[in-house]
Write a protein that binds this ligand. Structure first.
Ligand code: ADP
Ligand code: MG
Ligand code: ZN
Length: 591
């Protein structure tokens, strides 16, 4: 019987999937188009939005998997306005709901939210509206806790359903239902009762990341097995991806940015992302001193100034804004030609979303990361207290370190999408300059790091990455150097990459210490240390072939020729590598 059930579900799913959901001759098609223009002020749909909206309005249950920033919200907001009655949106975070409510308010859409902090009056007003035939509220955002814990609310919901006023149940971040997901939330389990309680109401689950295993699990949890699954491709064919190692010398680094803005991006509009508010303001001042028209944007600006900056950027008075991630909400400028990450993103997800603001007009645009190991510690000291904070950060570090794989392949694998790098069309640095892949055995360097760390510990000193590299390169305090650890013949920049690789792979790990004013990241042996010390173990790092001159013994030299050292696929020379790595690991940032 189970098998038969599975077969029926499969058939149902195939039949559903074979329908053309992008048709424009559904009974509601005209209304959909009209609301898109008049209320949402948008000209057209993005990938899979129309399909999802049509399926939802056909009362089908749908799971939509679409990268962050792709436009998932519209897929329930628009049907909510087409249908009579009220739609419920389950969302895990109050801050996410507040963002949406603000945007909807600006569009004059009647939407509210219920959370643990709602006042009694608000709650009463909303609950009255739910069961009022003439109620005007179109969208109600609730946390899963609210659903799970408030019997009174569930009673109202049932009553509303009885009156035929419950039009849609949208579940944002639906992967939270699954134990296989990266942020399973126990309260999402309760959502499993909704289908049985409200069988006639279409359910729409939305998420940015879902493997097929998670999707199946989610369907089971929500009792919507065999439902339609729409999966949008992460790929943005018009975006060019590049990673550059930035100079550790601040003035050189600034000059590189100035050159980009004055030549490659002359007359074009863009965004420059930084990590902290302090960096953000400083960079604006520095760029203005170089005669560039630049604004800055972060969470500490008062709203009036923020919208002023935003406007100057929209109208082109500013060529670019230097921004923290606070700059994102409602950014729909179509002709953003470049997004430069002056410092790392917090995660692949963040990077995808931030860089994705480029080229919304589908014309060519560029996404450049200026990477330096020191930036990793600026961020790690900010995110290490979050559950998956460090892992997320190391994922984007791995993206930056990779000199071989197509950038799109790396992004795709993160989003669990199969990708053939042939389809990149040389729209990333690694595909543009394809180079032979070389495997370098870095095991001995790992052991050298352990020696340096142990030696320091013997002297009662903990090593930041900066100090570790100094000791490795024979610089800094004499008692931190170890005779039996040879000074590398390759540039410091390469040494940094080796350390970053060891960190990302778990051979090293960060050790965080609080001081009254900051958090410091020291390096210590990682969870894979025992493996690294066993005889047969090899730690392999992929670098581009160009970096390894022929005839070199791979196990002894990553590169002996400074001019030919790995440059992460950029044209930059490695002058930077001879300069000192600026240590920012001991500063606390507030963004
Ligand atoms: P997601 O939930 O997938 O991360 P959002 O729904 O928050 O994405 O949308 C991201 C941004 O894209 C929003 O600023 C939104 O206004 C914009 N957007 C959504 N759909 C469209 C569209 N069809 N045309 C232009 N902009 C859109
Ligand atoms: Mg969203
Ligand atoms: Zn590529």
């Amino acid at each position: 019987i189970e098998k038969l059930k599975d077969n029926i579900l499969l058939k149902k799913n195939q039949l559903l999937a074979s329908r053309n959901w992008a048709n424009t001759d559904f009974p509601w098609s005209r209304k959909v188009k009209e609301i898109l223009k008049s209320i949402f002020k948008l000209d057209g749909f993005r990938q899979l939005q129309l399909e999802t909206i049509n399926a939802t309005l056909s009362n089908e249950d749908v799971i939509l998997i679409m990268p962050t920033g792709g436009g998932k919200s519209l897929c329930y907001q628009l049907p909510a306005l087409v249908k009579p009655g009220m739609s419920i949106v389950v969302s895990p975070l109050v801050s996410l709901m507040e963002d949406q409510l603000m945007a909807l308010k600006a569009l004059n859409v009647n939407a509210k939210m219920l959370s643990a902090t709602s006042t009694k009056e608000e709650v009463n007003e909303i609950q009255n509206d739910m069961v009022n035939k003439n109620g005007r509220l179109k969208l109600l955002y609730v946390t899963p806790e609210k659903l799970a814990k408030s019997k009174r609310f569930m009673t109202k919901l049932q009553k509303m359903y009885g009156l035929g006023r419950l039009s849609l149940i949208a579940i944002d971040e639906v992967h939270c239902c699954s134990q296989w997901g990266h942020d399973f939330r126990p309260d999402y389990k309760f959502l499993g009762v909704l289908k049985a309680m409200f069988p006639d109401v279409p359910m729409l689950g939305l998420t940015a990341t879902s493997t097929s295993k998670i999707t199946i699990d989610v369907q089971k949890m929500l009792s919507i097995q065999g439902c339609l699954v729409f999966r949008a491709s992460f790929n943005r064919p018009n975006l060019y991806y590049e990673v550059r190692i930035k100079s550790s010398n601040q003035e050189e680094c600034l000059q590189e940015l100035v050159n980009l803005l004055k030549t490659r991006y002359k007359g074009q509009s863009g965004i420059i992302y930084t990590t902290s508010i302090k960096d953000c303001e400083q960079l604006m001042v520095d760029l203005r001193n170089k005669d560039l028209r630049i604004g800055c944007y972060h969470a500490n600006l008062d709203p009036e100034l923020r919208s002023k900056v935003h406007n100057k950027w929209l109208t082109g008075e500013y060529q670019a804004v230097v921004a923290t991630i606070a700059f994102g909400l409602g950014i729909d400028k179509p002709d953003v030609r470049f997004v430069i990450h002056h410092s790392l993103s917090k995660s692949m997800e963040n990077f995808y979303q931030e860089s994705g603001r480029a080229g919304r007009d589908n014309k060519k645009a560029e996404c450049i990361v200026l990477y330096r190991l020191a930036d990793v510690f600026k961020l790690s000291t900010m995110v290490f207290t979050q559950q998956t904070g460090l892992q997320n950060l190391y994922n984007i570090v791995a993206y930056c370190l990779d000199q071989v794989r197509c950038r799109r392949t790396i992004i795709a694998s993160y989003f669990d999408e199969a990708w053939d790098s042939q389809n990149c069309n040389a729209m990333c640095d690694n595909c543009r300059r394809p180079r032979e892949k070389k495997e370098v055995n870095v095991t001995q360097y790992c052991r050298s790091m352990y020696q340096l760390i142990s030696n320091a510990a013997g002297n009662d000193v903990k090593l930041t990455a900066q100090k570790l590299i100094d000791a490795w390169y024979g610089k800094g305090a004499g008692n931190l150097r170890v005779k039996s650890v040879p000074i590398p013949t390759f540039p410091r920049e390469t040494g940094e990459s080796v350390i970053a690789h060891l960190l990302v792979e778990g051979y090293l790990q960060e050790d965080f210490h609080f001081t009254p004013y900051s958090t410091i990241s020291y390096l210590k042996r990682g969870p894979k240390a025992a493996a690294a010390l066993s005889d047969e173990h090899r730690i392999v790092m992929n670098i581009s072939g160009k970096a390894v001159p022929p005839g070199n013994s791979l196990s002894h030299n990553v590169s002996s020729d400074k001019k030919e050292s790995p440059s992460h696929g950029t044209e930059k020379t490695n002058d930077a590598s001879r300069k000192n790595l600026s240590d920012s690991s001991n500063k606390t940032n507030s963004s």
